[in-house]
Design a protein around this ligand. Structure first.
Ligand code: ARG
Length: 706
């Protein structure tokens, strides 16, 4: 064997587990057995020495991880890009590796300070006619190092996102082999990265391992020609490797695995062909956004950075001006990077929804594309949120009308007047121009100070009420607040809309809701077929779904009661006719008819009947809901998940939402819209309504008395 391959290793004289910087090290402090470690390392060096020439760098006291020379840097030709360790614990190694490279005739290339990059631990060459570099990010190396690698090494770089913290370095879960083969553990990567791998490596060259092999560091292999040296591989994997022409050799690594490293980590390949591409590609892109507001108080900054990282990108805070007083806002300038333009756009879109603005030299213009197929938008259409939104058209910011969630923005220019509207996909007409991409869009978020997150509305309160131990006293407090506010809305002629499910009737809430309607608190009622059916059943027959509400007992034959109620209304033609004919004399629907409170009942697949009043055409039902919701100041959602979600989507931020449900998950889903004006109450809805009526009556009594 001609030893044209050269490796760098470092003897384990000072090796040990002295700190924890990866999950493997947890619980292993001082647990590596020195004699065993030395024996394992020497065995590895011997095996590798049969196929390659091994160079040594002198170990240093106080740098126990220096044995992992893979992290010294990334070598290509006679050039090395030196590592910048993320963790302070390993940064001391940099100078020693640098000296070794310089003394051995390498050109040492250093990345900007504060840009973590952990060398061949996170960057692996796929050799071949057109070589490229697989580069990992997510735990140790920063995504922003990837374009610099491409530029300095003149090599295409493919960014791969690591998702499993046990596989924190790329070389723990991916190993390019001779002849275009790739040994890897797919679950360590996100979907997009797997796609990249599958696009670049044909199926017959991909050797995907299962978890048991992965956690045995089978992918952390040293590939020298057809030889593959690793800690351990299952029989199955060995066969697969052999049938692809590789010779697996096991060399036990137990002591080094306690530090989170295997065979490959203990080596650095010094002989890699230099790349000569004149124009190297790296699809990583970045943009700078500005965030303003109570960034720390409200958690907005955290949230924004989470959005970037969870979306597969990365961030760098370029500037941060902290507002020092409780009332003062902060400003942050954040550079967001992502492995590709589409990933970046997605992240930026979400940040815009949080109120971020994109920094560009010129004010950016919204991109408009004309609709070519009715009811269908271009792929990259901008989807709206509940927050006030503005789009920049011809240099002017135009406020979007009819703000709602999950719509498209249609821009209309008439002479020199430009307007923008939210429009549902299905309503798009050919020729209309809609906003696409993320440029020239901003959402206007109210700065949300700590002070605004009142006792009853803040997240903390929310968390408290979610817990099963929410005391009745707490519910009473929320009810007091709602009653106080609701009276003010009624006084000023405001609008309150109630969205209610049949549980309101089953839990005995009908009489209280009827009271609210009778007293002029409710300006519109939204629900499905069921609330009306069971309300009418109760008014006519005293049962709700066959249960006698007075005694709580099921009535013989009561399960058909609701059908009899439906039948009666059908005979009359509609609910209001039954009231006029004196057949329906009480209840929620009765009060609506009497007080001329408009209602909309939206049908669904499980509806019996339905009542003549129920709108079974859902597109029409949605429109009826939207119309009744116009101008609402307060929306009360009473145990109806689906109708409430529908209403939530149609409602812009700024409308007070009160969501009551016995199921905390429903309350969380509905009330946590990221805006201060939502209140969630986890309690029995009948009880809630009864408390509310009591409280309102109390307030009435004191005002009349005064
Ligand atoms: N304890 C070391 C660390 O966490 C192990 C490094 C393993 N090296 C590697 N190339 N995966 O940094």
């Amino acid at each position: 064997m001609d030893k044209t391959i050269e490796l760098l290793m470092c003897a384990p004289d000072h090796f040990g587990i002295r700190y924890v910087i990866n999950p493997w090290m947890e619980g292993n402090i001082n647990r590596a057995v020195p004699e065993t470690a030395i024996e394992q390392w020497q065995n590895l060096a011997r095996v590798l020495g049969e196929h390659a020439q091994v160079h040594l760098v002198r170990p240093q006291a106080g740098l126990p991880d220096m044995v992992f020379t893979a992290n010294a840097g990334l070598v290509l030709g006679r050039r090395v890009v030196l590592s910048r360790f993320l963790h302070r614990e390993r940064q001391g190694e940099e100078a020693h590796f640098k000296r070794w490279f310089a003394e051995h005739g390498f050109t040492v290339d250093e990345l900007p300070a504060d840009l973590p990059f952990e060398g061949a631990g996170d960057a692996l060459l796929q050799r071949g006619k057109e070589p490229w570099l697989w580069a990992g990010y997510g735990f140790r190396s920063e995504l922003d190092s990837h374009p610099l690698l491409a530029e300095r090494l003149r090599l295409d770089v493919v960014s791969l996102r690591l998702m499993d913290k046990r596989f924190y370095h790329l070389d723990t879960c991916l190993c390019p082999l001779e002849d275009g083969y790739l040994l890897y553990y797919p679950h360590a990567f996100d979907a997009r990265s797997n796609q990249q791998i599958e696009e670049r490596v044909p199926a017959e060259r991909r050797i995907a391992v299962q978890e048991p092999d992965a956690v045995n560091f089978a992918c952390n292999a040293v590939n020298l020609g057809r030889v593959l040296v690793m800690n351990q591989a299952s029989l199955e994997l060995k066969e697969r490797l052999q049938s692809s022409g590789f010779q697996p050799i096991e060399s036990p690594m137990s002591e080094f695995m306690k530090a989170g490293g295997g065979a490959k980590c203990l080596t650095l390949r010094l002989t890699e062909p230099a790349a000569k591409k004149s124009r190297a590609r790296c699809s990583t892109e970045s943009r700078v956004v500005s965030l303003k507001g109570h960034l720390l108080d409200s958690g907005l900054l955290n949230h924004a950075l989470d959005v970037a990282v969870e979306g597969g990108g990365s961030f760098r805070i370029l500037n941060f001006k902290l507002g020092l007083q409780r009332q003062s806002t902060s400003v942050a300038e954040v550079k967001i990077s992502a492995p590709a333009a589409d990933v970046l756009d997605k992240i930026i879109g979400q940040l815009i929804d949080l109120g971020a603005t994109i920094d560009t030299p010129k004010p950016s213009q919204a991109r408009l594309v004309a609709i070519t197929q009715a009811g269908v938008a271009p792929d990259d259409f901008y989807a709206t949120t509940i927050y006030p939104t503005e789009v920049c058209v011809d240099g002017d910011w135009v406020r979007v009308q009819g703000q709602r969630m999950d719509a498209v923005v249609v821009v209309d220019t008439n002479g020199n007047e430009t307007t923008a509207h939210c429009r549902l996909l299905r309503d798009l007409k050919v020729g209309e121009r809609v906003v696409v991409g993320v440029d020239g869009i901003r959402t206007v978020r109210q700065p949300e100070a700590r002070a605004d997150r009142g006792d009853l509305t803040g997240k903390e309160e929310f968390g408290f009420m979610e817990s099963s131990v929410s005391s009745e006293r707490r519910v009473e407090l929320v009810v007091e607040q709602i009653a106080w506010e609701w009276r003010r809305i009624r006084q000023r002629g405001g609008k309150a809309v109630v969205v209610a499910g049949p549980v309101v009737i089953h839990t005995g809430g009908a009489e209280h809701l009827a009271y609210l309607i009778r007293e002029g608190y409710v300006q519109a009622l939204l629900g499905g077929n069921a609330i009306a059916v069971h309300d009418i059943e109760q008014a006519l027959l005293g049962t709700s779904l066959g249960i006698d509400l007075q005694h709580g007992r099921s009535v013989h034959g009561g399960h058909q009661h609701h059908l009899r109620a439906i039948n009666l209304i059908r005979r009359c033609g509609k609910i209001s006719a039954a009231v006029e004919q004196g057949l329906l004399k009480s209840g929620v629907m009765y009060e609506c008819v009497r007080k001329r409170v408009p209602f909309a009942l939206a049908g669904s697949i499980r509806d019996d009947g339905p009542l003549p009043d129920t709108q079974m055409n859902l597109v029409k039902a949605q429109a009826a809901y939207a119309q009744l919701l116009q101008g609402a100041d307060l929306i009360l959602m009473l145990s109806s998940m689906l109708h409430s979600i529908g209403v939530g989507n149609m409602t812009p931020a700024g409308v007070k939402l009160v969501c009551v449900d016995i199921n905390p998950a429903v309350v969380t889903k509905l009330a946590d819209r990221g805006s201060v004006e939502s209140v969630g109450v986890v309690t029995d809805v009948g009880l809630f309504l009864s408390l509310l009526e009591q409280q309102l009556r109390k307030l009435e009594a004191t005002t009349t008395a005064a």
